[in-house]
Design a protein around this ligand. Sequence first.
Ligand code: ME8
Length: 507
Amino acid sequence: MKPTFYITTPIYYVNDKPHIGHSYTSIACDVLARFKRLTGYQVYFLTGTDEHGQKVAQAAKAQNQEPQALVDLNVQTYQNLWTALEISNDDFIRTTELRHKEVVQAMFAELYKKGDIYPGQYEGWYCVPCETFWLESQSEKGLCPDCGRALEKVSEKTYFFKMSKYEKPLLEYLEKHPDFVHPHGRYNEIMSLVKGGLKDLSVSRSKARISWGIPCPFDPDQVIYVWFDALINYVSALGYKKHQDLFNRFWPADVQMIGKDILKFHAVIWPTMLLALEVSLPQKIVAHGWWTVAGQKMSKSKGNVVDPYAIIAKVGVDAYRYFLLREAPFGLDGDFSEAALIVRYQADLANNLGNLVNRTLTMLEKYFAGVVPQVDFVPHVEKFKKLVTGLLPAIERKLAAAAFSQALESIWSLIDQANKYIEEEAPWKLAKSDPARLAGVLYTLVDVLRVAAVYIYPFMPGSALKIWEQLGLTESLPAANLNTVTLGQFPPGTKVQKGVPLFPKLV
Ligand code: ME8
């Protein structure tokens, strides 16, 4: 039995199109999913869309459409982008699906039966864009503390979730699991938030005000609050209480990746819901930083939203994936600029990786008619062996800490070393003076490229497959196992096939 790995992205709102920020979380999860598959894990990678709530209802109204028609249309923009970006999710959940709604209603009813959901009267302030209720004391001048927009005053019947009852159990859990929230600074934030006290949470809305949601199973006048509904996707997708084998195999999730904006929902509300339902808590919530453009939040009104397709058209899918993960340390904010993207493209991809592939294959074609030689002496092989042996533990450690940029640096140290090797060995001179050594040098270069391609695959699947193909390798790259990939395995006699440059000059 393979060990398992369950990873989730947030489920994105479908009231608008996805931008680079949304793609960041999905790409990061995709890298982890692909890496885990390459190290022998059975992976379940979930993403999806959050389709209920007032935001969607208002967007539909503004477009003179039924909410269901709008979400059916908009969900495709997410699905199409994930296909374009080669996101390898195993499942895609939509909160309007029956499999999800059934679980939400069952959980809501279970908590009601238990007394953890109870009726009451809600009076307070509501932020429509954020779908969040605020207390008078939390808001200044009637504005939302998160987005700064005007709050609406509401007074209505509601059901509350007894979150206060789980304050102590959550605190104890957090104390025992200091890795529950990553990075550690965010864990500290959550600790102080919980220590500050948890209030009961309003988890239903009057149907008269918001009808676009999952109906409360025992009160026809109420619909379930969109966040209570949305968080449950992580277990409804596994068929909670329906497909127990799938659920037991993958739950609790290993990594729940989110942006820092929704940390409180995932590290406070979600675990208290699970504690109340007596379901295990996820292993780890990983919160990443925020992408801005020229230091500004992306927004339609500012007209600075970066369209993923424009970037793909410019530098290709893989450079896009590479840039987002290489440029900014994962927990911190990053500022997107086309100038920085181009610098990375030229330096790391075109001049470094692309050039290494191109030079190696050109020399192999020139000196050995494109056939990988049989060799018994490989100059400086120890240097490469040392690097390759240390690579897997280093990358495992870095990816476990969501340090994507550092993991890429480690892979690039191998590529740098190979480029340096060409300069040091000067194969064009060896061609005249020492053909045996030349064979050894070129063998090492294709051998290093073979290993590098497997490590690159989770980050840039398309480019890794192109390198693989140009190297003439026929076994399946996605089926490789990094635990057994080492140097010295390149089959002599393989005919390489130089193709078009991996990272062509930008026009
Ligand atoms: O919050 N930089 O959905 P959402 C980095 N439906 N990441 C960004 C980003 C940016 N500028 N903009 C968006 C919701 N993201 C809820 C989630 S989960 C049960 C429900 C990413 O469409 C980041 O992961 O607003 C953030 O947390 C998520 O998109 C929010 O997506």
